[in-house]
Design a protein around this ligand. Structure first.
Ligand code: F6P
Length: 343
């Protein structure tokens, strides 16, 4: 059997570890693996692909990014039946199964293609950790580590200058990175998309800390998707093929409001794509490798229309439709732990 393997959406530490693991396991099943370039774009006309061998995937385990390239191409959004091109090309290339490594958008396309008859397996990828069906996605651990390291560094400079520093982290719909890095880094305020920002409360908390706890600096962590007045913050207003607006600017807005209301000197740091680039953590390398091996095994067992997922300590197969139906956002119980520290 020939497996087409692709990576879609934003890149994420651990993608190359999955690719390597799929190829190694597929070889044991005597499958051929075809690497599709740039996500779903590589299956549109003209298709763009190359043979993935053990040699081609050797030495990539620890590398960030994806050797396949990625894109936010949505075949269902193309003016002339992109999904029909995908189906035609898969037939012409004699592809027996597709393994799609991606988040809500890439796996949303996978779910719809499966409904059209494509034999497809998903692997859950996103630093945002907002996919349902799995306890965690690979890439999240690395992103949290990078953000935590940044918060540690911001602490010392905030303290030296007696400043408030607002650190904007990724997290479009879900505040998992903000909450985990904020907890790990000992932030004083954590703002997430799941809870509208109450700026009066934020300022009161910071003032209280400075006045009564003898502290003269504070760290605020804000997820890029956190909302002021029920609106997303965007600098460009541009949207992608899945209709997502390019987020950015909430950190600056929050910082300006804090400074204006409290009089404390405030600065902002936007971590941006630093959270997504570079080498994966050891935990993400292992998780990605387990997902890749399992995905190749799913193809061997004919478990299509499903996604590899982590449940407890086990890697299992869950329906793709369940994984993409709703996003996994920060629940009240998890955030309650954060509120013990952040007011
Ligand atoms: O992949 C998810 C994500 O990390 C979001 O948190 C963020 O909004 C988005 O990617 C930004 O990606 P890009 O700049 O590639 O469009």
């Amino acid at each position: 059997m020939k497996i087409a393997l692709l990576t879609g959406g934003g890149d994420c530490p651990g993608l190359n570890a999955v690719i390597r693991a799929v190829v190694r396991r597929a070889e044991q099943h005597s499958f051929e693996v075809m690497g599709v370039r740039e996500g779903w774009r590589g299956l549109l006309d003209p298709p763009n692909h190359f043979r993935l061998t053990r040699e081609a995937t050797s030495g990539i385990l620890h590398l960030g990014g994806t050797i396949l390239g990625t894109s936010r191409t949505n075949p269902f959004k193309k003016p002339v039946g992109g999904e029909k091109q995908v189906l035609k090309n898969l037939r012409a290339l004699r592809v027996g199964a597709v393994i799609a490594i991606g988040g809500e958008d890439t796996l949303g396309v996978a779910t719809r293609l499966h409904e059209l008859g494509v034999k497809i397996v998903g692997v859950p990828k996103t630093i945002d950790n907002d996919l349902s069906g799995t306890d965690v996605t690979f890439g999240f651990d690395t992103a949290v580590g990078i953000a935590t390291d940044a918060i540690d560094r911001l602490h010392s400079t905030a303290e030296s200058h007696k400043r408030v520093i607002v650190c904007e982290v990724m997290g479009r719909h879900a505040g998992w990175i903000a909450m985990h890095s904020g907890l790990a880094g000992g932030a004083d305020v954590i703002l997430i998309p799941e809870r509208p920002i109450d700026i009066a409360k934020v300022c009161e908390h910071i003032q209280n800390r400075h006045r009564t706890q003898n502290k003269n600096f504070s760290i605020v962590v804000v997820a890029e998707g956190a909302q002021l007045g029920g609106k997303d913050s965007t600098l460009s207003g541009k949207t992608d093929e899945f209709g997502h607006v390019r987020l950015g600017g909430i950190g600056q807005q929050v910082a300006e409001m804090i400074e204006a209301r409290t009089g404390y000197e405030t600065r902002v740091t936007v971590l941006g794509h630093i959270q997504r680039g570079g080498t994966p953590s050891a935990g993400d390398r292992v998780l990605a490798t387990r997902f890749g091996v399992h995905a190749a095994d799913m193809c061997a067992k004919g478990e299509f229309g499903k996604m590899a997922a982590l449940r407890g300590n086990q890697i299992v197969s869950v329906p793709l439709a369940d994984a993409t139906a709703t996003l996994k956002t920060v629940d009240a119980e998890s955030f309650a732990v954060a509120e013990v520290f952040f007011g």
